[in-house]
Design a protein around this ligand. Structure first.
Ligand code: ASP
Length: 368
């Protein structure tokens, strides 16, 4: 039976081949030209992809940053570091690197500087320790990694990246996060590495102020503008690479004088960080509790997705209306898939910088 079937099939093929040689030739010609066209159009597509725009934006925290309180020297220091950081990411993107690399390496520069409240310059907790949070998200696959309450990892954003790429989890905290960092071969430092006089003095000042306000009225300490506005200074970066992929990342020491292992918005995906190639990438900075309650970063993306509005309008509504009405303070930076940038904040200032694909660097600090 089997032999009979084989013979039958091979005879049918022979018959078709003999009778329709002409038709078969035509078929092959059409097939080859179609696949050629497909290859060509693929090449065009790839070429288009590779010539796509790229862009990068960063922040170094929002808060009561007033020109009258800033010396020329201090301003120059901040500007120089912001420029150094953003150019690291810019060069990665310009050379065809990924937005993921650009975001991590840019944030590393700010984490290694004592100027910002992240890594080396992290603020102090009430117990005079430093507990850092960070997160990163890639917009092509909605993958994310985050860490909270780490005390001995030099670059928390690099650990967040490892959580995203080398674990089955999204968010690790405390000693478990440190253990994972060691396994991944990241640089572990003694917690004393994070000591800076400036941050330690800020803690003492806030504690004194808090004590004097608390002596008067317990509740008002929480709302005292001096206390609440002096606590900020996170770092963040959003990048769009030549393949149209958006990555967002945020790294922080949290808020000065935080207690009970408080975790802010920075490691919370959707609050402190969000990225989706179809909409935008966002990194937040400000009073974290409000950013968590307002799911700020995701809300901006959702408004673009559901309402079809621009990144600019979405960020404006979320920060100037929704966050402000809740009583929250701070801001966001963001990029959409076309490389449009946004810097929206309701505080007096936000350290921020951008570079476009032509290499033009813009650095700003105050509200303009
Ligand atoms: N959002 C951070 C937090 O609440 C603080 C900041 O952005 O400065 O932990």
């Amino acid at each position: 039976m089997y032999t009979f079937l084989c013979k039958f099939v091979s005879n049918v093929i022979k018959y078709i081949f003999m009778k329709n040689r002409f038709l078969l030739s035509i078929f092959f010609l059409v097939f080859i030209s179609c696949s050629h066209t497909e290859n060509t159009s693929d090449k065009v597509k790839n070429k288009q992809k590779q010539t796509n725009k790229f862009a990068i934006v960063i922040h170094g925290g929002a808060g009561t940053i007033l020109k009258k309180n800033m010396s020329v020297e201090k301003e120059q220091k901040y500007k120089a570091k912001l420029k150094e950081a953003i150019l690291v990411g810019y060069n990665i993107l310009k050379n065809g690197g990924t937005s993921l690399d650009a975001v991590e390496k840019t944030i590393n520069v700010m984490e290694d500087s004592p100027l910002f409240n992240a890594g080396k310059g992290a603020v102090f907790t009430h117990d005079e320790t430093n507990e850092m949070d960070a997160s990163i998200m890639t917009g092509n696959d909605l993958n994310a990694g985050a860490v909270a309450g780490v005390t001995n990892v030099k670059n928390p954003i690099s650990l967040a990246r490892k959580v995203m790429t080398n674990s089955n989890h999204v968010l690790l905290y405390g000693s478990g996060a440190s253990e994972f960092a060691k396994e991944q071969g990241l640089t572990i430092v003694d917690p004393s590495y994070f000591y800076t006089d400036k941050r330690f003095k800020s803690l003492q000042k806030i504690k004194e102020k808090e004590k004097s306000v608390l002596d008067h009225d317990e509740k008002s300490a929480f709302y005292d503008p001096d206390i609440k506005n002096s606590k900020y200074g996170t770092v963040g970066c959003v990048a769009l690479d030549k393949n149209g992929n958006i990555t967002a990342g945020t790294s922080t020491g949290g808020m000065t004088n935080k207690r009970w292992h408080r975790i802010g918005d920075s490691p919370i995906i959707g609050a402190g960080t969000y990225a989706n190639n179809a909409t935008c990438g966002i990194s937040s900075t400000g009073w974290g509790e409000y950013f968590i309650r307002g799911v700020v970063a995701h809300d901006i993306s959702a408004q673009i997705e559901y309402k079809g509005i621009s990144l600019k309008d979405a960020a404006k509504d979320v920060i100037q209306n929704k966050l402000t009405n809740l009583g929250g303070t701070g801001g966001v930076i963001g990029l959409d898939k076309k490389g449009n940038m946004v810097f929206e904040f309701n505080t007096a200032g936000m350290y921020r910088a951008s570079v476009n694909d032509k290499g033009e660097v813009v650095i700003k600090i105050y509200k303009q």
